[in-house]
Design a protein around this ligand. Structure first.
Ligand SMILES: *[C@@H]1O[C@H](CO)[C@@H](O)[C@H](O)[C@H]1NC(C)=O
Length: 335
């Protein structure tokens, strides 16, 4: 009984083992099949992805005309400089690495032309900084006469509509410049800049149409501005020809004689043409030169005089105040 039982038991277990063995072989085969299937599926997916990526890039490449031709173009830097070659070298070297920069025009008003050494140095700096096959062009615009109006003379063969007007003693990181360029592209008639200034009606003057010019602290205190200075601003190149050919000559003469206020004149010109305020863009400023005339005493008196003089020429106050500020939303943590 015991033996048969055992035998029986043994046979059954043996059978069971055999069955189990067969089933594991079967399931192993099934797993192999499944694996093959998975690999095949993955390969297929990869192929499909590659094909899709390929077709999308060729579609981009073969698209005959961009829908917005303007947005594919970059901007040109027009830099005002005066006998500060170290600053000039430093800032040109810096801006050469900005991705959408197409050309650099240096407004030269010194009695002596730029030295070969300087030209060679700047060309070399531009070449070594401009990466990914870009070729940034460098041009000197030599002026015979020394006038602050030179910075707004029409630039020959300017290929871009967008001009970034900048002094040689302030540096903005490329990310700030390119962000300001984006803002300008959505409002190409407007002046878009980093340095806001304000004017307001002077209530202490009796007749009620005298204005005062306010510097940075006024803007900071009120959060309001009506100008952005051309020491760091984007605008359309058409304003060069308006400034030089259409703006009343008395304003240009005033600027030359007083050696001041060409930036206020440009703000008046754009405001008169657009009936709209400029746009102030948040950006990091690095001042590399010693502080200029703006920190000297009596500066704001002279600026106030310019505002009132130009208002008289226009026959009205064209400047429009605003408190809008453009900020890169990627840099804001809380909405
Ligand atoms: C101001 O703009 C108007 C309209 O565009 C133009 O006719 C006028 O000549 C401009 N004024 C000055 C002083 O440029």
């Amino acid at each position: 009984m015991r033996g048969s039982c055992c035998f029986f038991f043994n046979r059954r277990t043996e059978q069971r083992f055999r069955l189990l063995a067969i089933s594991t072989v079967k399931s192993a085969r099934r797993i192999n099949l499944l694996l093959c299937f998975c690999i095949a599926l993955t390969l297929l997916l990869l192929l499909l992805l590659l094909a899709a990526a390929n077709s999308s890039t060729t579609a981009n490449r073969s698209r005959p005309h961009p829908r917005f031709p303007l947005s594919r173009k970059g901007y040109s830097i027009v830099m005002n400089t005066w006998k500060r070659y170290d600053l000039l070298k430093q800032s040109i070297t810096h801006y050469s690495s900005c991705p959408r920069l197409e050309s650099v025009h240096i407004v030269w008003s010194e009695p002596d032309p730029p030295s070969d050494f300087l030209i060679k140095f700047l060309n070399h700096a531009i070449e070594s900084e401009s990466t990914d096959g870009r070729h940034v062009k460098l041009k000197f615009d030599i002026n015979m006469e020394d006038s602050l109006n030179n910075r707004f003379k029409e630039v020959k063969d300017l290929e871009t509509d967008a001009v970034f007007s900048i002094d040689d003693d302030v540096i903005f990181p490329c990310s700030s410049v390119e962000f300001a360029f984006d803002v300008w592209q959505s409002a190409p008639d407007t002046m878009v800049g980093f340095v806001p200034r304000v004017h307001w009606l002077d209530s202490s003057e009796g007749d009620g149409n005298k204005f005062r010019y306010g510097g940075w602290w006024s803007v900071w205190w009120t959060g309001t501005y009506s100008m952005v200075l051309s020491k760091a601003a984007f605008f359309h190149k058409k304003y060069f020809s308006l400034y030089t050919n259409e703006m009343p000559a008395s304003i240009r003469e005033y600027v030359t004689t007083n050696r001041n206020c060409e930036d206020i004149a440009m703000s008046f010109l754009v405001a008169n043409a657009t009936d709209a305020p400029p746009i102030w863009v948040k950006g990091k400023i690095f001042e590399i030169g010693s502080t200029g005339i703006s920190s000297l005493g009596g500066h704001s008196e002279r600026r106030t005089e310019c505002v009132n003089k130009f208002t008289a020429v226009y026959g009205r106050m064209p400047l429009v105040s605003t408190s809008v500020k453009a900020v890169d939303s990627r840099n804001i943590w809380f909405w």
